[in-house]
Design a protein around this ligand. Structure first.
Ligand code: NCD
Length: 358
């Protein structure tokens, strides 16, 4: 439906709208009881087609703390999805039962596809390796609370920068603030996708690519560690080659500034040694806690229609053209209109941002 505002890509909202959400989260943290009944009578549906601990539970807790109710599934095999129901029908039905829908799906562009038929606002809680806007709101709140600013930061990203959707969303968001600089640490195979690098450059910010974490530690104000995303590799052998490459330990922490903060969207596998948890610069557990407050603020803003997003599809419908990303939702949900933005010689899929040369 056209008149509903959805959260699919954080950059569909303006930075001043992000500020509204993050500031409200700060207010909620300081006086949570004031908001205890703010969503009484409202229902949130959570459709989790992929595993989750923090995102799903922080959304659920957020709604419960606001006095609302929750329905949904965290395992599609116990829903009608197991009988072959398509995304469109599941979304149509559950959005009719709910006031707001939260969706996580392994395919890229799935939340946008769902929003096309939903009768209530849809929040993207992660679509494959593509985007994860509510983790980014969590990260922005963490930076505001712990660094006091969102600008003039040298931010290092380390790990699986190709498949890490939290990395993609955060890079896009931090590109909107003056003076930020990005240090991208990964293996050759797991570099940040080109479309994100182009986004950084187009916004006038700079990035540098490295393979050694030790080398960059002294430069950083913020280090954003990520796990290698095993489930997104095409074969177990490919994953085996990439795992255990980076590990932040106390020895490397000694190279960091005293005011450095270490963030991680979690779950951690082995990329941060447990010994680092006791370092006061380790911020990841506190970061996860901020996630609940920022989701309370987001739910309130979305249910109050305080946010206005861009239209879901604004490009050209070209059903004869197929997206070349095998993980794009358009390959499994065949009824979806194939919609592309034209950018010079390139068509950009409006679901997954894949670029196709014409
Ligand atoms: C992240 C995700 O699901 O993308 N986790 C999260 O939401 N906090 C990161 C990850 O799975 O590695």
């Amino acid at each position: 439906m056209d008149n509903i505002s959805h959260l699919i890509d954080l950059n569909d909202f303006s930075p001043s709208q992000w500020n509204t959400i993050v500031s409200l989260a700060h207010e909620i943290m300081s006086a949570p009881m004031v908001y205890a009944g703010a969503c009484r009578g409202k229902i949130m549906g959570t459709l989790f087609y992929e595993p989750s601990t923090r995102t799903q539970m922080s959304f659920q807790t957020a709604m419960l703390r606001l006095g609302g109710g929750i329905i949904g599934f965290d395992n599609p095999s116990t829903s009608s999805v197991a009988k072959g129901e398509n995304l469109k029908d599941t979304t149509k039905i559950v959005s009719g039962y709910s006031d707001i829908l939260v969706m996580r799906h392994p395919l890229e562009g799935a939340s946008k596809a769902a929003a096309l038929t939903a009768d209530c606002p849809v929040i993207n809680a992660g679509d494959g390796g593509h985007l994860h806007p509510t983790q980014t709101l969590t990260d922005l709140l963490t930076l505001r609370e712990e660094k006091g600013r969102l600008n003039d930061l040298t931010v290092g990203f380390c790990g699986d920068l190709k498949n890490g959707r939290t990395v993609h969303s955060l890079l896009k968001a931090l590109s909107c603030f003056e003076g930020n600089k990005f240090i991208l640490v990964s293996t050759q195979e797991l570099k940040v996708p080109t479309y994100i690098k182009d986004y950084i450059s187009a916004s006038g910010k700079t990035y540098e690519e490295y393979t050694s974490l030790e080398d960059v530690m002294p430069m950083l104000d913020v280090l954003y560690m990520t796990r290698i995303q095993r489930e997104r590799f095409s074969s177990p052998e490919e994953y085996e080659k990439q795992k255990h490459v980076y590990c932040l330990d106390t020895k490397k922490m000694k190279l960091g500034k005293p005011e450095l903060i270490v963030m991680h969207p979690l779950p951690r596998v082995d990329e941060i040694a447990v010994e680092v948890d006791d370092d006061p610069r380790a911020m990841y557990f506190r970061q996860a806690n901020y996630g609940m407050y920022v989701r309370m603020a987001l739910i309130l803003c979305m249910l109050d229609y305080r946010l206005e997003s861009k239209p879901l599809l604004s490009g050209k419908i070209m059903n004869e053209v197929c997206c070349t990303n095998p993980k794009c939702i358009t390959h499994t949900e065949k009824y979806l209109p194939h919609s592309f933005r034209k950018n010079g010689d390139v068509l950009e899929c409006e679901y997954c941002d894949e670029r196709i040369l014409i």
